[in-house]
Design a binder for this molecule. Structure first.
Ligand SMILES: C[S@@+](CC[C@H](N)C(=O)[O-])C[C@H]1O[C@@H](n2cnc3c(N)ncnc32)[C@H](O)[C@@H]1O
Length: 391
């Protein structure tokens, strides 16, 4: 493909990404792969170059652009070498005078006031920087020191005792340590959420929103003799946990939940869990560096719906914790409403619950919990709070 054809391809893909953001369709990564499945003639360099253009355009605009073309016109405004490609054969059509270009910004205007006050403007660029490659060592079966020697250029993470940070573009899925279940790809921030649970052998741990089980696996690695139940309402996601647990040789039970019947379906866990982790669905504003088009998907209505789900899941989690047990609430969000505000609401009707230190070393105090941010902690953004049920 010529450079002009690559730019035109990026424009077409961005049209699909914009459409998917409105319709709650597939993520940008999937759209890029699908586009090239239909165009086998494109080589790996073409794919890489087009992908880079697509993601640069997504990162550049916090607000959803009017079209793929306006997104690449915006890109070209910052990079004049792209301007020359408009009007070339197979390239985008010639630029018209006063053509609309997507404005450049980091945070959607309507969301600025929702960000935690800790996320000051000087932190915003880090929200869109390239994410680092972190792995978690399966502490039940090996040690960080042993794995460190197997990855040239790796460094131990500062906050998580189980983490290694690898050089950018490191491949993990074809490494023998991965096949043997000795490592998992996991951002240091996610590792710290499992650490905040302080899992102990013999305890009953419930990961209520386990998804594909990233945090359940970290809990099992830290306390291999704990009784762990991983639940989720999404069958496809939860089904990914089984093979991962087998690879890690982790003992984790799974149970699919059918809202709104979660409490009935968890009757046997009511009031008996030592730990309940509620890693709730959220805006994903702490992971924009991995999913920058998340900014295009979020709307005030969607945020309201997420807030209602978070409130419900916290109520459910609270029912399951035993007296004296701990409830850990986490969101990969930097919005106060989903983090410190959510816990303030929770505590307003449960004044006897105690706020505990999250015990994670990193982050900063944000209301009753701690906030990890990409700029301050070099992790994905997370809010985490640990609460103890009164005896
Ligand atoms: C932030 S993700 C969890 C990520 C996961 N803990 C991990 O470490 O990879 C939130 C999850 O909550 C799940 N969820 C949403 N509503 C739920 C409900 N009512 N009961 C249980 N899980 C729910 C979603 O399907 C999603 O997998």
């Amino acid at each position: 493909m010529t450079p002009a054809a690559r730019l035109q391809a990026a424009s077409e893909i961005l049209d699909e990404v914009i459409e998917a953001a409105v319709q709650d369709g597939p993520p940008a990564d999937v759209i890029v792969s699908r586009y090239f499945k239909r165009r086998r003639y494109a080589g790996s360099k073409d794919r890489r170059a087009v992908r880079e253009l697509v993601f640069s355009a997504i990162r550049r605009s916090a607000e959803r652009p009017a079209s793929g073309r306006s997104a690449i016109v915006g890109l070209a405004a910052d990079d004049p070498s792209l301007l020359e490609l408009f009007g070339e054969v197979r390239g985008p059509e010639l630029l018209r005078d006063s053509e609309q270009r997507a404005p450049a910004s980091l945070v959607p205007e309507w969301l600025m006031a929702e960000l935690s006050p800790l996320v000051t403007r000087d932190e915003w660029p880090a929200l869109l920087e390239r994410a680092l490659v972190d792995i978690r060592v399966n502490a039940a079966r090996t040690s960080r020191e042993v794995v460190l020697d197997q990855f040239p250029g790796a460094e131990a993470t500062e906050l998580s005792p189980w983490g290694l940070r690898l050089p950018p573009d490191s491949r993990i899925d074809d490494h023998p340590a991965f096949a043997e279940g000795l490592i998992e790809v996991q951002d240091e921030g996610s590792q710290l959420i499992a650490l905040a649970c302080e899992p102990r052998n013999g305890e009953k741990l419930l990961d209520l929103c386990a998804g594909a089980g990233g945090k359940s696996l970290a809990l099992a690695a830290a306390a291999s003799e704990a009784i762990i139940l991983a639940t989720d309402s999404n069958r496809a996601r939860l089904s990914k946990l089984r093979p991962r647990a087998d690879r890690a040789r982790a003992k984790i039970e799974t149970r699919l939940l059918n809202p709104p019947r979660e409490i009935e379906e968890l009757e046997d866990w009511r009031g008996v869990a030592d730990v309940v982790l509620v890693d709730a669905p959220c805006s994903g504003s702490g992971t924009w560096r991995r999913n920058p088009e998340g900014r295009w998907r979020l709307t005030p209505e969607r945020l309201d719906r997420l807030a209602a789900v978070q409130e419900r899941l916290l109520d459910i989690g609270a029912e399951l914790v035993r007296p004296g047990g701990r409830l850990i609430y986490a969101v990969c969000s930097l919005l106060s409403r989903e983090g410190s505000g959510r816990i303030a609401d929770f505590l307003s009707s449960r004044s006897s619950w105690q706020i505990q230190d999250a015990g994670i070393g990193g982050g900063r105090t944000d209301g009753a919990g701690r906030l990890l941010t990409p700029a301050h902690d070099r992790t994905d953004g997370f809010f985490v709070a640990r609460l103890a049920r009164p005896c």
